[in-house]
Design a binder for this molecule. Structure first.
Ligand code: FES
Length: 484
């Protein structure tokens, strides 16, 4: 399902890479982090090319809600506890600066992208105290924050923390403009990277500096990012007839929704998001729940678009931005942005450009991927536990005769010989059977009824019902065993 941004925007397709070239820097991945990094490198005089497996902006940048803020959920009080005051201040400052960097680029390049200066607000419908504490922490960190009890939301709240000086925009309008003067190859999936050589189906690129900016690093080693991150999915609706909304809101409770307004060519929309879950753990009904919420809040609203997004979550909640590993000093990475890809993309682009051009950057140590604190070590053990469960498989599967009982639109794991296969019957009644093991590291896949996909609970790879890769780190599809 296309996001509202993909419905509003189209960019002419670019050529695929072919041949052999040498360059100073090569960026892998054409989302916001990759495009901005290529842009700043080129502005710094570094000859740069960018390789994108599909089309630029069609991954998570095309599915974001595009909130540009340093308020990343209920975060500041916890950051002071886990990182200490000085590093928590750095985190806040890095992301506050990112907002200003976007603003300056929009002005300098006169980008028409529905830019809106606004505020962000985390809210709770149950717990006032925790929000009061969070507001105090945000103020201590130097943010323009305050505790509030009145919001624009269509229900009462116990409290909220409002941070001013934020912004939102239409991300693809911005991205396409920034990309205009860059050397970009689309449909150029990277198959292999060895030292300075990047191999695609069309040829080889030799680069002094290689930047991995493709959401989830597809190499298992060095770096072992698969063991240090998991992925989560969330769902979003764009609604007309829901009035207008000036601020950007994020609910701290598990069932809490996120909201932002969008004013585009005279049309007022509200983006309603939520229903998060770990990838591979969806029993279904996520869109239905969001639609029920929408009808409850605004009985007259109309759905203009519905889509989902996938986010990489690190062990300590802070992105990995910096050198890819100690063994590869000229490889760089930007990943693990959580649900806050816009501000982290800008932080990444500035930080990686500074590393490559030899400039000092105040945030290098904070974001370095080589860190491993105590909290991270505990979460590493939890992540390993989840992966083990995913590897073994969690559910008793249905017996073979179930295939006949599978209703149109239903998918399920079924026993097949000594193993299991994934079975899906489409709306026309045709059956699609796939292998149910993830080609990344062999975990058992689960059916995602909302998106008709086979999802991996270990590290978040996803496949459509015919076995094609939708999300990495897996690079290959799963086998299509049989189709009726
Ligand atoms: Fe790693 Fe599936 S994504 S095993």
């Amino acid at each position: 399902m296309d996001s509202i941004w993909r419905k509003m925007n189209h960019n002419p397709e670019k050529l695929a890479f072919s041949g052999h070239i040498q360059t100073e820097a090569a960026v892998i991945g054409g989302g916001m982090a990759g495009i901005l990094t290529a842009f700043f490198l080129q502005e710094a005089g570094i000859k740069t090319i960018l390789l994108e497996a599909g089309h630029i902006g069609e991954g998570q940048t095309g599915n974001t809600t595009a909130k540009i803020t340093a308020q990343h959920g209920l975060i500041f009080d916890g950051l002071i506890t886990s990182l200490g005051m000085e590093r928590a201040e750095l985190y806040a400052k890095a992301n506050q600066t990112a907002i200003e960097e976007y603003r300056q680029l929009v002005e300098r390049l006169e980008i028409n992208c529905d830019w809106q200066d606004t505020f962000s607000c985390v809210y709770s419908t149950r717990d006032r105290e925790v929000l009061e504490k969070e507001a105090q922490a945000a103020v201590k960190l130097g943010l323009p924050a305050e505790f509030v009890t009145e919001t624009e939301l269509p229900f009462p709240v116990e409290g909220g923390v409002r941070v001013n000086g934020c912004a939102c925009f239409s991300p693809l309008d911005f991205l396409y403009k920034i990309a205009e003067k860059l050397t970009i190859y689309e449909n150029s999936e990277v198959k292999k990277v060895e030292e300075k050589v990047i191999t695609t189906a069309g040829g080889e690129v030799t680069a002094e500096h290689i930047i991995f900016a493709g959401h989830f690093p597809f190499l298992n080693k060095p770096g072992y990012y698969f063991a240090r991150m998991h992925q989560e999915r969330s769902y979003c609706l764009a609604l007309s007839g829901a009035g207008s909304m000036k601020g950007m809101y994020y609910g701290v409770e598990e069932e809490g929704c996120s909201f932002r307004g969008l004013s585009h060519k005279g049309q007022e929309l509200v983006l309603l998001g939520g229903c998060n879950h770990r990838t591979g753990g969806n029993d279904g009904g996520r869109y239905d729940r969001l639609r029920e919420d929408a009808r409850r809040f605004w009985p007259e609203c109309r759905e203009e678009a519905a889509w989902s997004a996938q986010d990489c979550m690190t062990l300590d909640g802070i992105p990995y931005i910096g050198r890819f590993s100690s063994q590869t000093p000229e490889w760089y990475v930007a990943t693990g942005f959580g649900k806050w890809g816009m501000s982290h993309s800008m932080v990444s682009a500035r930080l990686l450009t500074d590393l490559i051009t030899g400039k000092k950057n105040p945030y290098e140590n904070l974001f370095t991927p080589s860190r491993l604190g105590w909290n991270a070590a505990v979460n590493l053990a939890k992540q390993a536990g989840c992966s083990l469960k995913g590897y073994v498989g969690r559910k008793k599967v249905t017996a073979g005769e179930y295939l006949e009982d599978l209703e149109p639109g239903e998918g399920h794991l079924v026993e097949y010989g000594k193993g299991k296969i994934g079975a899906y019957r489409d709306e026309e009644g045709a059956l699609h059977l796939v292998t149910a093991r993830c080609p990344h590291l062999g975990c058992e896949l689960t059916w995602n009824p909302d998106e008709k996909s086979w999802d991996c609970p270990c590290h978040g790879s996803r496949f459509d019902y015919e076995g094609r890769v939708l999300d990495g780190p897996a690079q290959e599809g799963i086998g299509l065993v049989w189709e009726s």
